[in-house]
Design a protein around this ligand. Structure first.
Ligand code: NAD
Ligand code: WQD
Length: 338
């Protein structure tokens, strides 16, 4: 089995490439290096102990993508490539729609021209919007999203659903990720954000290595047990293993499949701070700030559909997520080398 992984040198893509190759799959990576370092390739290679194909190419480059499909024999695609910063998407909506939506259209057209009709897509819990009440199930109405990033995910889901209706020779799996954190056990791969992190865990790890003075906790007056926001954090390796099951699914049968990838358990911001302090032995000073625009109180998954249909379940708990995030950050204070 040969899988083309777009965005395969990024945070989730790199962990997925390792698990794919460990399971015996052939991997071909396409990444334009916009939000990753080339050294991520070397780290993946070192972990799996073998070479694999990497093309530096933008998924919007139809000619470049076609050449890859002509050279390689690709059975299926896992499509991670995209821009993902919610705040930035409000500032740069055109860039987000172009990269994420147009990029996906170009990719799908190239796939169709080369007779490859199996795709696993990185969607997000953000498509459930502000109005659904957790635990979130796959049959809930989606689309009440509040920012351009989330809208790109919703639009791509719509495009993929319409594509399947038009031609049911396609096999399409939409994976709605909750909050991926953690890192590879080796401490050699992890999340490496540019600039000031927007997400909770990379911010905490940067406080722990004293790159930032304290964590801003965005609001403690939500209707949650301790007043801070509750989320469904999932270990990135569990998420990667979910992709292996999803690829098997699209390889095995045609259809349009949708799964939540989460643990089903919610933790508050302060729960995560405490778990991280315990796992790392580092104190995390924090200050309570105002609510962050666009945030909701609580968001966690109902993960049983993926268990019943894919035989997948998240196995790693919050302690392990914190230990692994800390190992990665403490061993690589400046992230991946240039
Ligand atoms: P990431 O930024 O680390 O990885 C994305 C990779 O795609 C990067 O290596 C980047 O260089 C590449 N890329 C971007 N645009 C490209 C283009 N036009 N052509 C080729 N390569 C391109 O992000 P991640 O956290 O690994 O997320 C992967 C996917 O999962 C994204 O689509 C993201 O929206 C989605 N997702 C992420 C989260 C999260 O919290 N990390 C949650 C839900 C969904
Ligand atoms: C988690 C909790 C914050 C930072 C985002 C995207 C979502 C998905 C995952 C891609 C919230 C609080 C955070 C900080 C804080 N990405 N927080 N101080 O907002 O659940 O989801 O990433 O698809 O689309 O919206 O994740 O890590 O930003 O926040 O108090 O410095 O931590 O308010 O309660 P979020 P997050």
């Amino acid at each position: 089995m040969s899988v083309l992984v777009t965005g395969g040198l990024g945070y989730i893509g790199s962990h997925t490439c390792v698990e794919l190759m460990n399971s015996g799959a052939e991997v071909v990576v396409v990444d334009n290096l916009y939000n990753c370092k080339k050294s991520s390739y070397d780290r993946i290679k070192a972990l799996v102990g073998k070479d694999f194909k990497f093309y530096e190419c933008d998924i919007r480059d139809a000619e470049g993508m076609s050449e890859i499909f002509e050279k390689e024999s690709i059975d299926s695609v896992i499509h991670f490539a995209g821009l993902k910063a919610v705040g930035e998407s409000v500032e740069k909506p055109l860039e987000y729609f172009d990269n994420n939506v147009n990029g996906t259209l170009v990719l799908l057209d190239v796939m169709r021209k080369h007779g490859c009709k199996k795709i696993v897509f990185s969607s997000s819990a953000t498509v459930y919007g502000m109005n659904n009440v957790s635990p979130l199930t796959e049959d809930m109405e989606v689309g009440g999203v509040t920012n351009p990033y989330g809208r790109t995910k919703y639009m791509i889901e719509c495009i993929l659903k319409d594509l399947y209706v038009s031609d049911n020779a396609w096999s399409i799996c939409l994976l709605r990720y909750f909050n991926p954190i953690g890192a590879h056990k080796s401490g050699t791969m992890g999340e490496d954000p540019n600039g000031i992190p927007n997400n909770l865990m990379p911010y905490i790890t940067q406080v722990a290595i004293k790159k930032r003075e304290f964590l801003n906790v965005w609001g403690d007056d939500y209707d949650t047990p301790d007043g801070t926001g509750v989320r469904d954090y999932i270990h990135v390796v569990d998420l990667a293993l979910g992709h292996l099951k999803a690829v098997e699914k699209v390889e095995g049968e045609n259809g349009l499949f949708i799964y939540n990838l989460g643990t089903g358990t919610g933790y508050s911001v302060l729960d995560v701070v405490k778990a991280f302090e315990k796992a790392s032995g580092q104190e995390i000073p924090y200050k309570i700030g105002p609510r962050r625009a666009g945030d909701i109180a609580t968001c966690y998954s109902e993960p049983s559909k993926a268990l019943n249909e894919l035989g997948w379940k998240a196995e790693r708990g919050i302690e392990e997520m914190c230990e692994d995030s800390w190992r990665w950050q403490s061993q690589n204070p400046n992230g991946y080398p240039d």
